[in-house]
Design a protein around this ligand. Structure first.
Ligand code: OFO
Length: 173
């Protein structure tokens, strides 16, 4: 049975994942209206992923005898103006989520909930990957600057971009 403090902390994370999904949906929709089809697909995908992160938490809380709380979503208030700013927001947002996950792990350890702490390791790894991906994309955009041809190619190729973080397990040979 999950302790009430952990249940409340996980419910806050459920809300955070749902709001991440909503923010990335807003980014996808903005990119759609600007003719950046690749970027738009990238963020629709990120939005779906965040929803999966939320669902994983919902199921975990319920499985452990708690009750997942499904709350209202925040309206993303960001005004998007250019790709570099959107991807800077993406990186800043992921850094913020990493902080939340670390806080959550800390709360689990303080409350000796090693099961939830173990469950959360998946999120710890996921954050490393997402931050690395956001940084890689942002570096590319900074190189491209305002070059229209460069932005065209960036948009065409963004969905091919994958990042294997240094923290990923070494593949077996
Ligand atoms: Fe939910 O994975 Fe990042 O934010």
């Amino acid at each position: 049975m999950i302790n009430k403090k952990i249940e409340a902390a996980l419910n806050m994370q459920i809300a955070a994942e749902a709001n991440s999904s909503n923010l990335y949906l807003a980014m996808a929709s903005w990119a759609d209206t600007q003719g950046f089809e690749g970027v738009s697909n990238f963020f629709y995908g990120q939005s779906d992923e965040e929803r999966q992160h939320m669902l994983k938490l919902v199921k975990y809380v319920n499985e452990r005898g708690g009750r997942a709380h499904i709350c209202a979503l925040e309206e993303p208030l960001k005004i998007f103006d250019c790709l570099t700013h959107v991807f800077q927001d993406f990186l800043d947002h992921e850094v913020g989520v990493t902080r939340l996950i670390n806080e959550l792990v800390h709360t689990c350890l303080e409350n000796r909930d090693y099961t939830t702490q173990n469950f959360l390791q998946w999120y710890v790894s996921e954050q490393i990957e997402e931050e690395a991906l956001a940084r890689t994309i942002l570096d590319k955009l900074k190189l491209i600057g305002n070059d229209k041809a460069g932005l065209y190619l960036f948009d065409r190729d963004i969905n091919q971009l994958t990042v294997t973080s240094a923290a990923a397990p070494t593949p077996e040979i």
